[in-house]
Ligand binder design. Sequence first.
Ligand code: HEM
Ligand code: SF4
Length: 568
Amino acid sequence: MNTETPVKETKAQKAERLKREKNPWECLHEIREFAEKGIESIPAEWNTYFRWWGVYTQGDGVGAVGGVGGEGKAAPYFMLRIRIPNGFLFSHQLRTIADLCETHARGIADITVRQNIQLHWVTIESLPTILETLWRAGLNTVGACGDVVRNVTGCPVAGLDAEEICDASHLAMQAARMLGGNPEYYNLPRKYKIAIGGCRSWCHYPEINDVGVTAVQRTVQGRSETGFSVRVAGGLSTEPHLAVPLDAFVRENQLMPVIRAVTDIFRDSDVLRQSREKARLKYLFLQHGWTGSDFLREVEERIGFRLEPGVEVTPPEDVYRDHVGIHRQKQEGCTYVGAAVVRGRITPEQMRAAADLSDRYGSGELRATIMQNLLVVNVPNRNAELLAAELSAAGLRVEASPFWRGAIACTGTEFCKLAIVETKSFARWLAVQLEESLPEFDQPLKIHVTGCPNSCGQHWIADVGLEGKKVKVDGRMADAYYFFLGGALGLNQGFARKVGYRCPGADVPEALERLLRQYLARRGDGENLRRFFARHSENELRTFLAGEAVAAVARDASPGPVPNGAAG
Ligand code: HEM
Ligand code: SF4
């Protein structure tokens, strides 16, 4: 008789077993069967496998506190993430998304911080039809979630920007084709993010990606040459890490082999497969003692040739580029027009309006940005004002307050099982409150709202980052937010500081008004928000927020464990 007690699998062991057992990209027929037989027919392991198809179970609206172990309950609906490499969209594609959104997703879509568009309320019955409709429009969801190469992001004004070093969008597309949906890369230890850009502003945030590529120039024998600098192992989440630059000048024809080698290193790092929480590439550096030079040596070993030493890279200084407004392109007589989609939420009517306007006034091309905005590009200069007026009339404001432009939000309790607070409505409300109370505010600012410590709303890199918490107000649990201030990327890169201040959601606008009024009153000549925050201590900043000296509160006052374990 076998008396051994079966050992319970860890979360990581279970995830690894499921991935070994099947490649979900080969199992579309199962999704079709589920659609025929209904939601009850879906076995539990598909909660994992669905992600490879960009499908994620939708929370029941209560978030993490509605369940156990930091994960809330799922509703019988799905969210579906449509992958948009480099954010490049054609009008017919946006119209297709608008139609699907209206017919199958209760009219709710979000532009995400990785240039994707996400639908909600999708039923299993409608999933095959939605996927087929997307494919016919040249769109896909493969690899939008799961332990795979996620959407490859890039500069949304690649090819248009007069200041860019080069247009690198074809390289982002090439990387997406090389790795996305490729069976050799269906089983990575965890999610893996690539950003490739050739501009000087780094609005694709190379510093917070697993692979971040920027263009560089060097002069050889009097001739200027363009190549690339590669950073590895950046990421946010609960333990943020800035990507480490490799000391190499990578020529264009070497870039794909280098990216493939980095991805192979990640895939083959069994040491990362022991714990889901420590499975990102950054943990080779944070936990396993790797350095940039170790990494470069390993890359060179795998590609089979030596790379030339890197050149000095000049990161952009305090660039704020949300692409909103009317901007001249490098093409003579052409303009791009950027509309602020406040915290990314967009309706089918707005998508259709933007698509139609891009046909009428431009070339039928649009771009989704990492700041959750939408651009219409290749517009003859003479049409720019008309287009801007019509976009604004559709609620896609081309002229907007810094608050409206700078509000970013993650999914939050509305649809996310890990969320502690609601984020999307809150972020919009906050922008409106601040517009009313501080109409004179004249500085760009990024306000990032994130529903839990996972940082999908990227609060670590915001001027003002708000992380969701729960507090008791009059004996009842209420949404509250903990403040992070002064995050930046580029030359002054650094994560936002925890200033020890937390307040209920209803009090956030007033706290921010107090803080920003202090900035307006005390700022030095030309001093921007980042520098102002940097020269004040956490105690001073907390006092500005509270309006009086208050003791610091701990960041994690949430009930229950920090959500973890799912792949976002
Ligand atoms: C352990 C769990 C999770 C972690 C650690 C995590 C972490 C992150 C981080 C750091 C980002 C920032 C994107 C970037 O790197 O630039 C992100 C993006 C995102 N996350 Fe999560 N996430 C998790 C789960 C979820 C869940 C459960 C949802 C919703 C149901 C979600 C929704 C999103 C969305 C919409 C984005 C935008 C990016 C995209 O389009 O790919 N995440 N996540
Ligand atoms: S940060 Fe991510 S996991 Fe947390 S609530 Fe937002 S979307 Fe959900």
